[in-house]
Design a protein around this ligand. Structure first.
Ligand code: ARG
Ligand code: ZN
Length: 867
């Protein structure tokens, strides 16, 4: 419920906990509406704390009894929990509380999934057998306080023993199994952990089992738990897990540390997945997959998330965060680690390009709007609102820059020191940087600005050529962000290579270290004026604002020896064409189209790379580019420009299509590896072009014969574009009505491919479908996430899109504040647009804020967006 005004908490207010915990023993007596949680916790005063106040977090708990050292004790209700008078010496706290998992719709703490049994299921028909709900938990960041009274802060770490009593066939918690009997079982996690890593799962589950032998020869049981019926979607996840375990040993020297590692798939989950010690809990969408039901993109995402959660065992669990201002300590580092894993097991160039597309699409968007914030914030109201692209993806870019600056060997040495020095501790970002300073001898004072200054730096470049001497002069400027008007210069690693007229490298990649606001770098002894390739491999998360002749981009698109910059050259050429189409200026369209044809025809290039080069810049990205150039973006005009260019590309590439499409056919059995998925990705890119020319003939043929979801869904998308999807959509629905994850695609696709003026009506129609439910985060996101991702549909002039989304956010907020708050980010770009649209959005934001009892999560987000 909404406080009078939600109060922020500040990094500078940090104080150590008054009491430390030596041991936790929990007993759960499971019951859907009245679960009892009995805790026995050994506390001792913290010698490093000034305060003696014994305070325990607690939220929505019914306290049945509380004792200290065996005697009943009175507790006082205070904000966010309780306090009590306790001895100034070690003591044992015991409490019994009651909680109601069944009515926990916020999906934080202990809850049940699915939540909708008896209302509507995936098919919308009552005849289907109801799925028996399972118990599960989500405690990060502050969900444990909804389970029992506890110092729910990450710097309190303790070993846990958990006894679960109930009649569920499978009952799991963290650590190793240490006992079981009729109607109970016990789990023991010997590794001290903060409460946010606690997990419990109970229900009717089946496991895919496997094992892994660690580098020191220890045997680890692996179990991937799913609902009966989902066993066929577990093979890929298990392989990904084993690959991740091996990779962390080989690349970081990190070995797993329990006898068993378990993953559970849950259909109602707010996020992708959670790294609870020894018992990772996953959104079904982030782990279950099969060729028939999942696309290559699903497989890739699943592999990355499994790796991510597994890697947290060392970066997050063994070494955790002192407080939530340090969130990027574990998330930035772990994202960087999962990105490196993907680069190693798939294609490095393709991985980097994909990461940058995601970074620009989500983090740059955030960093250039009202929600911009530091990677290490100074304050927050609701920590769940800070699981952002900035904390995660920009955090990962910072680690990447650090590695670029110190070099691979020094990076590995620093990581060894980090694990050595801080194992078992709750740390800060300063601790992390100190490790690098100590092990490399480098002063990282200026580098730390990446954590403390929000906003995306703009990097302007001018060049000078004088008789064998070539100079690049860079100027960095970072626009103001909320609460930060003035920015100091960043330390920017700028990877540069120089190319000769035939595309040969006259200067191999060199990392320039820019520390000043303006700085010149000189290259001597050149026999001709080179073409620069700047910011190779996207060596820093900045926006390059260099005026480059289109011919030079076309040259780099054809010749750059750095794969990322080669792709970047093509993308910026495409953007230039699109901007010209919107503003009515001249465009280098034919130059672009010829370069694109040459690139596509080049069979030496990885199909996955060609697919990325064929992908159009997004409409949202274009809106930001126009806004940066001082043009108020018109979403309809942008959409029309994109349509125009797509049509021109189809016509220009017409002769190429039959041969290339045939080449991209995969004849081997489906495997979602880099090679096959690259071919399918390019094949689908070409099919889109073909659809513009043949009205959907090729798409229909692909639809008819496709035996995997990647090709079916790709064909269906094209049929939607061609206006010939009615029959296929019905067939698809009938075939997949019982598969929630596939039905999510059915919802999403129809919105993504709706004409702008029909998008809101499509959303309305789909929310009336019996298979729609707002209680399932995946389903809600598949509709409203897709809508927010369709700028021309969402930003219709009459404000219908804004009103529709606001209506649903107001409806969802009392059930699930986290998802509501997150989805309100759809409005974060509002200040780019014209006064009419701004006025319409503003009144929707005000309407949301005026809602009675609006959650703290949504209040914070909408207030920040509105300001
Ligand atoms: N630590 C998890 C991950 O990155 C994310 C959990 C976030 N949950 C939340 N409610 N904010 O893997
Ligand atoms: Zn994470």
């Amino acid at each position: 419920m909404k406080d009078a005004s939600p109060q922020p908490i500040y990094l500078t207010d940090y104080t150590p906990p008054a009491y430390l915990v030596d041991d936790v023993h929990l007993t759960f007596r499971l019951d859907p509406t009245a679960t009892r949680v009995i805790s026995r916790i050994s506390f001792r005063p913290n010698p490093d704390a000034a305060s003696k106040r014994f305070f325990l977090h607690g939220e929505g708990l019914k306290l049945i009894s509380s004792r200290v050292d065996g005697s009943d004790i009175d507790v006082r209700d205070v904000e966010n929990g309780i306090e009590a008078d306790v001895p100034d010496a070690p003591f044992v706290w015991e409490a019994e509380v009651e909680i109601d998992p069944k009515n926990n719709t916020a999906l934080e703490g202990l809850y049940m999934s699915p939540q909708d049994v008896g209302e509507s299921n995936a098919s919308g028909r009552d005849s289907l057998p109801a799925i028996k709900p399972m118990y599960c938990t989500q405690c990060e960041a502050e969900g444990f306080r909804k389970i029992t009274y506890y110092p729910d802060r990450p710097d309190v770490m303790a070993p846990f023993t958990v006894r679960i009593e109930g009649d569920e066939p499978v009952m799991l918690s963290n650590g190793n199994p240490t006992g079981e009997g009729d109607g109970w079982c016990e789990w023991t996690d010997p590794w001290p952990k903060p409460a946010y890593l606690f997990a419990l799962v109970a229900g009717d589950l089946v496991a895919r089992e496997d094992s892994f032998t660690t580098m020191s020869g220890k045997h680890v049981d692996l179990k991937l738990w799913v609902r009966p019926g989902d066993e066929g979607k577990t093979a890929f996840g298990m392989e990904a897990l084993k690959k991740s375990m091996k990779w962390d040993e080989e690349v970081y020297g990190r070995e797993y540390d329990l006898d068993i590692f378990q993953i559970v798939a849950v259909s109602d989950f707010n996020m992708g997945a959670m790294e609870n010690k020894g018992l990772n809990i996953f959104n079904t969408s982030a782990v279950l997959c099969s060729p028939e039901t999942s696309t290559d993109a699903n497989f890739e995402r699943i592999e990355a998330i499994i790796a991510h959660e597994y890697f947290h065992n060392w970066t997050g669990n063994r070494i955790t965060c002192r407080d939530w201002f340090q969130l990027s300590l574990k998330e930035g580092l772990t994202v960087f680690r999962d990105q490196s894993f993907t680069a190693d097991v798939r294609s490095e160039a393709v991985a980097r390009i994909s990461d940058v597309i995601a970074l620009r699409g989500r983090q740059f968007r955030e960093d250039n709007g009202p929600l911009a914030h530091q990677v290490q914030p100074d304050s927050f109201v609701e920590i769940n609102n800070f699981y952002t692209a900035t904390i995660y993806e920009k955090g990962a870019e910072i680690i990447r820059m650090l590695k670029t600056l110190v070099g691979d060997d020094a990076y590995r040495k620093a990581l060894d020191l980090y694990f050595d020095r801080h194992d078992g501790q709750a740390c800060t970002i300063d601790d992390w940087l100190t490790v690098f300073q100590d092990s490399t001898g480098r002063d990282l004072t200026q580098f730390k600005r990446w954590y403390k200054q929000a906003g995306t730096p703009r990097l302007d470049v001018t060049e000078n050529w004088d008789d064998g001497t070539y100079q690049l002069t860079f100027t960095q400027t970072t626009p103001p962000t909320p609460g930060q008007d003035v920015k100091e210069p960043f330390l920017i690693p700028i990877a540069v290579g120089l190319l000769g007229p035939n595309g040969d490298e006259v200067q191999a990649t060199k990392v320039l270290e820019m520390t000043e606001g303006t700085q010149t770098f000189t290259f001597e002894g050149l026999s001709y004026r080179p073409t620069p390739s700047i910011l190779r491999h996207f060596s820093a998360p900045v926006i390059l604002t260099r005026e480059t002749p289109p011919e030079e981009r076309a040259f780099l698109f054809a010749h750059d020896t750095d794969a990322f910059n080669r792709w970047e050259a093509g993308r910026s050429l495409a953007k230039e064409v699109l901007v010209g189409l919107v503003t009515g200026e001249d465009t280098p369209q034919s130059l672009y189209l010829d370069a694109l044809a040459t690139m596509l025809r080049n069979d030496d290039l990885d199909p996955a790379f060609r697919a990325l080069a064929l992908q159009m810049p997004g409409e949202d990205d274009l809106a930001q580019t126009l806004f940066d150039a001082g043009v108020t973006p018109d979403p309809d005009a942008i959409h029309n420009a994109a349509e125009t260019l797509k049509q021109a590309r189809a016509e220009h590439l017409q002769d190429l299509l039959p041969r290339l499409m045939a080449d991209m056919e995969v004849t081997e059995p489906f495997v979602s590896n880099a090679e096959q998925s690259g071919k399918r990705a390019l094949g689908l890119g070409l099919l889109k072009l073909a659809t513009r020319l043949d009205g959907g003939k090729a798409a229909q043929a692909q639809w008819d014969r496709a035996d995997n979801m990647t090709l079916s869904l790709g064909a269906l998308a094209c049929l939607l574009d061609a206006g010939k999807a009615e029959g296929p959509l019905a067939t698809f629905r009938e075939r997949w009505k019982d598969d929630a994850l596939v039905m999510d695609k059915w919802f999403m696709l129809q919105i993504m491919h709706a004409d702008p003026e029909d998008a809101a009506a499509t959303v309305e129609r789909l929310t009336e479908d019996p298979a729609f439910t707002m209680k399932n985060p995946n389903r809600f996101r598949s509709v409203f996430g897709a809508f927010a991702g369709h700028p021309a549909g969402f930003h219709q002039k009459d404000g219908s899109g804004y009103r529709l989304l606001a209506d649903w956010l107001i409806r969802l907020d009392p059930l699930n504040p986290q998802i509501t708050a997150r989805m309100s980010g759809a409005f974060e770009t509002w200040k780019r647009y014209d006064a009419d649209r701004q006025g319409l959005i503003k009144s929707e934001l005000d309407r949301i804020l005026a809602t009675d009892g609006l959650s703290r999560d949504t209040t914070e987000m909408v207030t920040r967006i509105r300001n």
